[in-house]
Design a protein around this ligand. Structure first.
Ligand SMILES: *[C@@H]1O[C@H](CO)[C@@H](O)[C@H](O)[C@H]1NC(C)=O
Ligand SMILES: *[C@@H]1O[C@H](CO)[C@@H](O)[C@H](O)[C@H]1NC(C)=O
Ligand SMILES: *[C@@H]1O[C@H](CO)[C@@H](O)[C@H](O)[C@H]1NC(C)=O
Ligand SMILES: *[C@@H]1O[C@H](CO)[C@@H](O)[C@H](O)[C@H]1NC(C)=O
Ligand SMILES: *[C@@H]1O[C@H](CO)[C@@H](O)[C@H](O)[C@H]1NC(C)=O
Ligand SMILES: *[C@@H]1O[C@H](CO)[C@@H](O)[C@H](O)[C@H]1NC(C)=O
Ligand SMILES: *[C@@H]1O[C@H](CO)[C@@H](O)[C@H](O)[C@H]1NC(C)=O
Ligand SMILES: *[C@@H]1O[C@H](CO)[C@@H](O)[C@H](O)[C@H]1NC(C)=O
Length: 669
């Protein structure tokens, strides 16, 4: 292991190799799989933001805030709004955490122990996020989902002596505020103009040798030999983890092939060690250029560049203006470091990240996009970060999944074994090889695509917010209670899932807060084209609309909601925070608000005085349909504390007897 660590900063990292097909889909938060708001079952543009390599049918539309499609008005999209953790480093473990269940399905199996649960392949899963402050300068640089399904444009650099004015013009002409933006334009330009890592095993794939500047860039990989572009994602970074240059991603957790790799990942995550870039200047100036051809220290220095460390960080801490005051900070138990953040060239004060968690992946079966052994989907409980600045962050979460076989030694196969006829080198794997099994010399063909033998899948959420906690709620644990799934029956939504609450069996204490919140789309029509599956959007209420609510049940096996008079859930709930800010919400008004997905706030005008709540009084203004068609598709919700008890609840619209169960259990101890 040690030798692998030492090569990390000098050359690019030697990769393990992996095989096969194995789509991965996020269900909570809802993964986009590159969808935006299309009415079709198949996504419109698989290259919109990132390279998923998933089936065109997967994914969920971006949330709508109201009962109408957001259309081209981004402010009418709904971003899930999770509360950050409190300062749990100060309060201690088991306090002040905000828990969000990340849930996904992966197709080709994962997890398990070699001895007790041998698998047909190994896999690793990497969970990461990126965040941005709300006040980031310039609309074009904002993290966003966009309002159309096009891919951002990109104009390749043609002459390497481009000056800063020309660079800015090229960038401005490419980046469109109406399209999704995760990685930055500079990130992709950097990737394209940097030499690809030549030490990687590429089997018999012929990678493009010229990026337009006379050499092969990091946009060409074994899995993407022609350098196809998806959003501004860097293909080399996408395919390999850990990456050997600084990246905009922060690690949440690594679920590795082999637990013996954990000590390596915990030490080598970019969360905790700097990564290097070669810095060069615009010709004839003192201005640092955002890209360099050189991907290693030796080439960089030989060519007059500065091999420079960059640090990953939780957030910037501009209040501490010099190294000494920065490093002295221990505020809230965090470590502060002095270094360069990606994309900037001056050293500054940064809040350090912790090492990612490293643990075993949940066991799943091969060729089956389903649950783990306990009958639950694969999941990881993310303890949301606490940001000392107290700022709201806009964020995206990403999952990558790849699988390996033992057809050759993954730790010791590199470019020296790339197929090279002239030199007499035969790649250990080749395209659809014919193998002799001795049956009268009749060869059999194996289905091996060397571009996919070692393959990475990905999904990402839409943009969501991480908000600071309301004052007075710094110390409680918060559990997020959300809804997964989309409209349609099982074959229509596949490989997405039908509706359910998540977690649908939640255990908390009387001190904990439960943040109830959901999002949905008004354009989940699941119409043609349907790709590999069925179109149609079987379900209640208006076609294409997702709706959710919460009504109490007496028993999980019953389907009629308890009449309000008999209910206990709301009488036993204390509101710690509610999105509309109204004080003194009665249990009955809370029940109404939850049952109507925010369409109503009060039964009577007396309880909702003033203009602000006027249109949300029961029976005033828009009437609500019994299937919630004119209630908002998303509900920002409330944080509730419950008395001891076991409570059952359902969604009145989607729960459909034998057909579709959308019910949950809440156990309060
Ligand atoms: C995990 O790695 C260790 C050390 O490299 C090795 O001995 C062990 O066989 C590996 N286990 C599996 C399941 O591959
Ligand atoms: C950048 O290059 C263009 C084209 O050669 C030139 O017109 C412009 O003056 C240059 N700008 C700077 C700041 O050097
Ligand atoms: C490839 O691996 C072999 C040993 O397995 C090593 O000797 C060689 O230096 C490696 N080549 C590169 C380019 O990393
Ligand atoms: C995928 O797995 C291979 C083999 O372990 C590894 O080289 C590569 O870095 C991994 N990529 C990601 C994104 O995990
Ligand atoms: C997450 O997975 C574990 C293991 O299968 C399971 O026990 C747990 O209930 C799951 N959590 C949720 C919220 O489904
Ligand atoms: C179950 O759902 C399917 C499709 O939504 C529908 O065709 C069928 O009639 C439903 N069955 C029952 C018993 O409601
Ligand atoms: C159950 O679903 C089927 C198909 O969507 C629908 O025809 C039926 O009316 C539903 N039953 C109820 C009680 O909602
Ligand atoms: C509601 O409570 C009343 C009085 O206790 C009882 O008679 C009735 O059966 C209850 N209804 C339901 C649906 O629980």
């Amino acid at each position: 292991m040690a030798s692998r660590v030492t090569i990390l900063h000098t050359a690019c990292f030697l990769a393990l190799l992996h095989s096969c097909f194995g789509d991965v889909y996020f269900h909570n938060p809802k993964g986009s799989n590159n969808r935006l708001n299309e009415k079709s079952a198949a996504r419109t543009n698989a290259n919109r933001v990132f390279d998923s390599q998933n089936n065109n049918r997967g994914g969920y539309n971006v949330g709508d805030a109201t009962y109408k499609p957001a259309g081209t008005d981004e402010s009418l999209q709904y971003r899930m709004k999770y509360f950050q953790s409190g300062t749990f480093k100060q309060y201690g473990d088991g306090e002040a955490q905000s828990y969000l269940t990340l849930e996904w399905t992966n197709q080709h199996g994962c997890g398990g122990d070699e001895d007790t649960d041998p698998h047909k392949q190994n896999c690793n899963i990497v969970l990461q996020y990126m965040c941005q402050d709300e006040d980031v300068s310039g609309a074009t640089e904002k993290l966003r989902d966009g309002v159309n399904t096009n891919t951002q444009k990109f104009t390749a650099l043609k002459k390497k002596d481009e000056n800063l004015t020309q660079k800015k013009a090229r960038q401005a002409a490419d980046v469109d505020v109406n399209m999704a933006y995760h990685e930055t334009w500079e990130w992709y330009d950097k990737c394209r103009n940097r030499e690809r890592c030549k030490g990687l095993f590429t089997a018999d794939q012929q990678l493009t040798t010229n990026n337009g500047l006379g050499y092969s860039g990091a946009i060409y990989t074994r899995q993407n030999k022609n350098g196809n572009r998806r959003g501004y994602e860097c293909p080399e970074e996408r395919d390999y983890y850990p990456y050997w240059h600084p990246t905009p991603w922060k690690d949440i957790a690594i679920l590795p092939i082999n637990m013996s790799l954990c000590s390596y990942h915990e030490k080598e995550s970019f969360n905790v060690v700097p990564r290097y870039e070669c810095l060069e200047l615009y010709v004839g100036t003192k201005t640092i250029r955002h890209w360099s051809r050189w991907n290693n220290e030796n080439d960089c220095k030989t060519n007059g560049g500065q091999w420079t460390p960059f640090y990953n960080y939780l957030e910037k801490a501009p209040a501490y203006k010099n190294e000494a005051t920065c490093k002295q900070q221990t505020k809230n138990g965090y470590t502060y470091i002095w270094g360069r953040p990606l994309g900037e060239y001056t050293e500054q004060c940064l809040v350090a990240l912790d090492a990612p968690e490293c643990k075993a992946a949940p066991w799943t079966r091969s060729n089956h996009l389903g649950n783990t052994k306990g009958g639950r989907a694969s999941n990881y409980t993310w303890t949301l970060p606490f940001f000392p600045s107290g700022n709201t962050k806009q964020c995206v979460v990403r999952i990558r999944y790849n699988i390996s076989t033992d057809d050759y030694d993954p730790f010791n196969t590199n470019s020296s074994q790339n197929h090279n006829k002239q030199a007499g080198i035969v790649s250990p794997i080749q395209q659809n090889p014919l193998v002799d099994i001795g049956a009268g010399n009749t060869p059999l063909q194996l289905a091996i695509n060397t571009a996919q033998f070692g393959r990475t899948f990905q999904d990402r959420s839409h943009v969501f917010e991480l908000r600071p906690r309301p004052s007075g709620l710094e110390k409680q644990r918060i559990y997020n209670l959300n809804v997964r799934g989309k409209r349609g029956n099982i074959v229509q939504v596949y490989p997405a899932v039908e509706y359910d609450f998540i977690p649908n069996d939640l255990h908390v204490t009387t001190a904990d807060l439960v943040h109830v919140q959901w999002t949905g789309s008004n354009t989940h029509n699941n119409a043609a084209p349907g790709g590999d599956g069925q179109t149609g959007d079987a379900g209640e209420g208006k076609s294409g609309t997702d709706r959710n609510n919460i009504v109490q049940l007496n028993k999980l096996s019953e389907n009629f909601p308890v009449p309000y008079e008999n209910s206990t859930l709301w009488e036993n709930a204390k509101i710690a925070w509610i999105y509309h800010g109204k004080k003194n919400v009665s249990p009955m008004d809370l029940a109404l608000n939850m049952a109507s997905s925010g369409r109503y706030r009060c039964f009577t005008a007396k309880d909702c005085p003033g203009q602000k709540h006027a249109k949300y009084i029961f029976g005033v203004g828009l009437k609500m349909s019994s299937t919630l068609d004119d209630a908002p598709a998303s509900y920002e919700g409330a944080m509730l504390r419950f008395n001891k008890g076991t409570y059952y609840y359902a969604c009145s619209r989607n729960n459909n007897f034998t057909n579709r169960s959308q019910k949950g259990t809440l156990v309060v101890k």
